[in-house]
Design a protein around this ligand. Structure first.
Ligand SMILES: NCc1[nH]cc(CCC(=O)O)c1CC(=O)O
Length: 307
């Protein structure tokens, strides 16, 4: 029996996600054995500091990619949201299993919804995207930057005397913590991050046999939605350093995508939505980005870059 080794970060969420993928692969390919190799990454070792200050998304990925190259692992499972727009030629994001709930959620004291929070309520989030959209919707809110794994952030709701925090529904659902959710934030209030709720399976580009296997659990509509969202992001050279969001859906057999760019304080916020076919996913992402540029997105992005 052939053994396939799946590399994962050590965080509870990463292990839960990789376990789901291993189970799905095992069901589809009963002749193989799938096992997890848990790895500590630089990003995990410094997770409570500002990742934005010290190098961003790549910190979680590099050590896992080295293990892939060294054939210590055959496959890596990532949250697509945390993957940089471009990856090195040696690697390929070959498949995306079916997307989980893509929305942001509020976890609040006394289970209040956003509209019920008092004037000047303190909301914890380290995401510029969430911050800008929350402030655009309710300029009275005070946004408190918080970091760390999901459980750490939930503890900060109490230890930092916050009224609420915002997290991704997908992570909470995969941890079995959905009962903590006070409100699902509709996309009209908080448009999700590109790829939120999607797992990405990364392999060595030259490993055709693993590629064939892993493609077996690809979910095509998820892959199409992600293609549209990521092409929007890369056209605008988006990163976690700017408030940017895109959310693609398949509705009535058509692909739709909505995009958002905002100033850091949320005072200016641009949105647009387009529809097309699955086949033109990437073009649709680019068209949407161009639509936002026509509305003034380039000026907003330039201002943020100049600081
Ligand atoms: N940035 C951290 C991160 N990366 C992926 C998830 C959740 C799972 C997902 O969005 O796929 C989270 C936590 C969060 O944003 O609340």
């Amino acid at each position: 029996m052939s053994e396939i080794i799946i590399g994962t970060r050590k965080s509870q969420l990463a292990v839960a996600q990789s376990t789901l993928v291993a189970e799905e692969l095992a069901e589809k390919f009963p002749d193989y054995k799938f096992s997890l190799k848990k790895m500590s990454t630089k990003g995990d070792r410094i997770i409570d500091r500002s990742l934005i200050e010290i190098g961003g998304k790549g910190l979680f990925i590099k050590e896992i990619e080295i293990a892939l190259l060294n054939q210590e692992i055959d496959l890596a499972v990532h949250s697509l949201k945390d993957m940089p727009g471009e990856i090195a030629n040696e690697f390929e994001l070959i498949a995306t299993p079916q997307r989980a709930n893509p929305l942001d959620v509020l976890i609040s004291k006394d289970d209040k919804i956003l509209e019920e929070l008092p004037q000047g309520a303190k909301i914890g989030t380290g995401s510029l995207r969430r911050k800008a959209q929350l402030l655009n919707y309710r300029p009275d809110l005070e946004i408190v930057p918080i970091r760390g794994n999901i459980d750490t952030r939930i503890k900060k709701l109490y230890s930092q005397d916050l009224d609420a925090i915002v997290l991704a529904a997908a992570g909470l659902e995969r941890m079995g913590w959905s009962d903590k959710i006070s409100q699902y934030l509709e996309p009209a209030i908080s448009l999700p991050a590109v790829g939120q709720g999607v797992l990405a399976l990364e392999v060595r580009s030259n490993d055709d046999s693993i590629k064939e296997l892993v493609k077996g659990i690809n979910h095509h509509d998820t892959y199409v939605r992600v293609a549209a969202e990521r092409s929007f992001l890369s056209y605008l050279e988006g990163s976690c350093k700017i408030p940017i969001a895109a959310y693609a859906q398949i509705e009535d057999d058509e692909l739709s995508i909505e995009g958002m760019v905002a100033s850091l304080d949320g005072s200016r916020l641009l949105r647009a939505k387009l529809k097309g076919s699955r086949e033109e996913a990437k073009e649709l992402g680019v068209k949407l980005a161009q639509r936002l540029v026509e509305q003034g997105a380039a000026e907003i992005l330039a201002e943020i870059k100049e600081g």
